[in-house]
Design a protein around this ligand. Sequence first.
Ligand SMILES: Cc1cc2nc3c(=O)[nH]c(=O)nc-3n(C[C@H](O)[C@H](O)[C@H](O)COP(=O)(O)OP(=O)(O)OC[C@H]3O[C@@H](n4cnc5c(N)ncnc54)[C@H](O)[C@@H]3O)c2cc1C
Length: 411
Amino acid sequence: MSEQRASERRVVIVGAGAAGDGAAEALRKAGFDGPVVLVGRDRHPAYHRPYLSKQFLRGELPIDRVGLRRGDDYEKLGIEWLGERTAVGASRPESSVVLDDGRFVRFDVLVLATGGTPRWLDTIPRLDNVFALRSLDDAVSLKQALEEARRPLIIGAGFIGAEVAASARMMGKEPLVVELAPVPLGRALGEEMGQVYARIHRDRGVDLRTSTAVSEWIADGSRVRAVRLGDGAPEEVDLVLVAVGIEPELTLARELELPMGVGGVLVDETLRAETGVYCAGDIAAHRHPVFGRHLRVEHWQVARKQGQAIGQAIAGEPTPYHELPWFWSDQYDVNLQYLGNAVAFDQAVWRGDRDGDRFAVFYLQEGRVQAVLAVNEAKTIRLSRELISRQVTVAPDALAAETSDLRALAG
Ligand SMILES: Cc1cc2nc3c(=O)[nH]c(=O)nc-3n(C[C@H](O)[C@H](O)[C@H](O)COP(=O)(O)OP(=O)(O)OC[C@H]3O[C@@H](n4cnc5c(N)ncnc54)[C@H](O)[C@@H]3O)c2cc1C
C-alpha cells in the first residue's frame, strides 16, 4: 500500500453520480476502512440517469425504482454522504475542499467525479415550458409537462434528444426535432448511422428537421408557443427540451490546476490526474492502454466502472484501467450497443442487413478493429471484445461474413 496505511487516509469524493457513488462503494467492498466523504449537489442519493429519458419519462418505472441507493445505504456502508452540498472551492496546499455552507473538508485522496451540466444556447429563452434534462428533478418536471403536451419541440438530436423524441412518440405525442447537422446522432455515430436513425425516427412519425435551426422564438407571456425554423412559417409547440450536449463540470479541476485536454481532465492509465487526485466519468480524459491515447467518454458504464476502479486502486494499488468503453441507447424497439472507440477510422465494415432491424458495423483503422456498433445484436458486441482488446489485424471480408466466428478471428 502507498504512502500511508489505508485507515489513516481520508478520501473525499466530489460528485455523487455514477462515478462518485461507484468509487465510494468500491472502496468499502475492497476493504478500505478509513473515512470516506461523498459530496453531492443533488438532493437525491445516486440514481440511474439513463432511465430519465426512457422508462421513467414514459411512466413505466416509478421514481423509487430509479434510485441506485436508498438514503440509509451510505450510512450502512460507513460513508459520510453530504447531499445537497456543492463543493465551491478546492485548495491544493491545504488539501481541502470548501463547501457551499462554508465548511472545509480535508482530504488525503481526492476523487473528482463532477459530471456535466446541460449546454444552453444564448438565443434560447429561459421560459416556464423550456427544459433541460440531466437530474432526476429535471426529469420529474419534464415528465409532468410532457404528459400534458401534444407537440414537444426538441432542440438537438444527440442521444438525449433522440431518446426523448422516441419516448414522446411512444407516449402518443407528435415531437418536432430540430437538428443543425444533416443527420441525427452524427457526432457520435457518423453520417451513415445518422441516416439510419433519421429513417428510424421518421418511419415512426417524428417530425425531424435537419440542417436547420430555430430563427425566432414566439412566446405568450412566460411560455414559448411557437418557433420559426429558418425562414419557414411559425410551428406551434407546447414544450421545449434543449438537448445540445453537456459542458463537463471542471470548475474544481481548474482551481486545482489539473492537466486539461480532450475537453476534460487528463488522467493517466490508472485514472490519476496527479498524486492523490483521481478523476472519473464525464470529466475524465483517460489515457487508454489499448488505444494509446486519451479518451473522454460521456456514458454511464464508463463512469461507473472508472469510479469502481478508482475505489479499488485507493484501497489497494493503482493498476492500469483496461475496460473498453461500452454504451447503449434504447429508442423504440431499437437497442444500440457500442464497444470501443473509433474517433479515427479508415474503414467501416457492415455485417448483416443495413436496412433491416439487426446488423453490426465494425470500425477499422489500418486493418484493426477500433469499435463495433450493433443494432439489436448484443451477441456481436460480446464476441468482438477480444478483437478490439488485442488489436490484431483482421480481413474485412471475414468480419462482413455472418457465418464467420468473431472470437476465432481474434486469434
Ligand atoms: C437523461 C440521460 C440519459 C442517459 N442515458 C444513457 C444511456 O442510455 N446510456 C449511457 O451509456 N449513458 C447515458 N447517459 C449518460 C450517463 O448518465 C453519464 O455519462 C453518467 O451519468 C456520467 O457519470 P458521472 O459520474 O461522470 O456524472 P453524473 O452522473 O452526472 O454525476 C455527477 C454528479 O456530481 C454533482 N456535482 C457536480 N459538481 C459538483 C460540486 N462542485 N459539488 C458537489 N457535487 C457536484 C452533480 O450534481 C452530479 O450529481 C444518460 C444521461 C442522461 C442525463
